[in-house]
Ligand binder design. Sequence first.
Ligand code: HEM
Length: 151
Amino acid sequence: MNTFYNILVFIHIFSAILGMGPGFFLNIIPRSAKTMSELRHAFKIKHNLHIAVMVGGTLLLVSGLLMGSINPYLFKMGWYITSLLLFLIGLAMGPLVLSPITKPMKAILASHEGEDIPEEYLRLNKKLNLFENIANILFLVIIVLMILKPF
Ligand code: HEM
């Protein structure tokens, strides 16, 4: 059982680096786009990278919960419960907050003619940046809790 636990820790840390790592930089990808063509290309890159983040995030959650099921005392630890809650909040932000903002942005990308980036897109992008930064802060807090296990 101890070996299985160690394998889970291994998967967990690998997923944190390869899966969560790129997630922190998703929002800088479209930042330098100056034309609609560049923006569309940036969104494709962001979309592909986001798949890695989703796989990594799923592995993080599953391995974390499996470690909890092997060592149930973890469910009494503040750092574990807080991380789990923050993670679930971060996860829920996808469909509840981020998706309603990116949907109209993608519609603009699909329908807008010409190379100028429309004002409405820029307005939505500002909003998206704010919530992406909030999600990043949540995940940074989780990493601090994971490493320090302070309470
Ligand atoms: C953003 C998400 C997460 C990241 C980046 C992350 C990262 C890490 C890292 C780097 C460690 C190794 C720290 C160390 O022991 O020195 C760790 C440990 C651990 N994580 Fe996570 N984690 C995340 C989410 C979760 C979640 C949601 C759970 C619970 C469901 C969880 C459960 C655990 C457990 C139980 C350990 C301790 C392993 C051990 O040393 O026995 N993690 N995590």
